[in-house]
Design a protein around this ligand. Structure first.
Ligand code: 13P
Ligand code: SF4
Length: 298
């Protein structure tokens, strides 16, 4: 039996659902029951009725699945797959903020640890960040940790916010020069950018959105050729959904932690039912409220 067949068999035997992010490798996306962006994955995780979730992606995503559906066993094939941005804002730093300004509204990108989320008022993903910021009560808003996303959202909805200094190393690597060169090479291409790109790069795009929003845009668009300013794992679904269209990614568009999970580690996770995502009960309870508020805003 092939590794893929063994995964399919164990999935049925153990009542497991495999969730994978749009950036995962093609082989992992192909064995997943559901592939999506961060918001869609959080919503899906909350709805799962089977006893086990195998989460392929990075740790903050698997933690969110556990917090939103705490009765399930959530396992991660690669528990060291950590999004570097998620380490750029800690719970103790947010405690200091609260001490200085107890009324501050803290909006946190979902790319954060469960511990940091436990100090936030509301979370958002790139798919609903504008709506979340628009929904925030009056007062001083602090947006953490992604400075680029915060700045792009602030520009779209005209709301001033204090911004943290975090960033995604993968999207930060895309420069204006790089995009200008790509545009010169592919002059007919429509440009799609993830809002984790620098503001000066996002402004060069015809469309800015989450990974799933880009998939939808490419499907609906009359354009035949696209420059895609995000991680190249998205190319698998873009090509599958729009086989007649052409997609170009910057050569540096790779997120190493997203590429850690492979078929062998998925199989091992199913066999061993681990490593399991375990979060302190108090942290889970405190982090659930901002996450529940996030999935309610679509
Ligand atoms: P999406 O929510 O758009 O899938 O993005 C997640 C992410 O980590 C982007 O780098
Ligand atoms: Fe984190 Fe960037 Fe990778 Fe997304 S692409 S998981 S933000 S490092």
């Amino acid at each position: 039996m092939s590794v893929k067949e063994r995964i399919e068999r164990l999935k049925k035997d153990k009542g497991a659902t495999i969730l994978a992010h749009n950036y995962c490798s093609e082989e992992v996306q192909d064995v997943a029951d559901f592939v999506g962006d961060s918001l869609a994955l959080a919503i899906k995780a909350k709805e799962i009725e089977e006893p086990m979730i195998v989460f392929c992606g990075v740790t903050f995503m698997a933690e969110s699945a556990k917090i939103l559906n705490p009765g399930k066993k959530v396992v991660m094939p690669e528990p060291d797959a950590v999004c570097p941005m998620a380490n750029m804002c800690t719970s103790s730093q947010l405690d200091e903020v609260r001490e200085k300004d107890p009324d501050a509204v803290i909006i946190g990108y979902v790319n954060t640890s469960a511990d940091a989320k436990s100090r936030m008022d509301i979370c958002c993903t790139s798919a609903n960040s504008v709506k979340v910021v628009m929904s925030a009560e009056e007062g001083n808003v602090l947006f953490v940790p992604d400075r680029n996303l915060g700045s792009n959202v602030s520009e779209s909805c005209g709301r001033a916010m204090d911004l943290w200094e975090g960033f995604c190393p993968t999207h930060q690597a895309f420069t204006r020069q790089m995009v200008e060169d790509m545009k010169a090479r592919y002059p007919e291409a429509t440009v799609m950018a993830h809002p984790e790109c620098r503001p000066e790069v996002a402004r060069m795009a015809d469309m800015v959105g989450s990974t799933s929003q880009m998939l939808q845009f490419a499907k609906d668009s009359d354009a035949q050729e696209f420059i895609v300013l995000t991680e190249m794992g998205l190319g698998h679904r873009l090509r599958r959904d729009s086989p007649a269209k052409v997609f170009h990614f910057p050569h540096v568009a790779i997120c190493p932690p997203m590429k850690m999970t492979d078929l062998r580690s998925v199989l091992r996770a199913l066999e061993e039912e681990g490593p399991e995502v375990v979060i302190d009960a108090d942290v889970m309870d405190a982090a659930r409220r901002p996450l529940e508020r996030m999935v309610a805003i679509r």
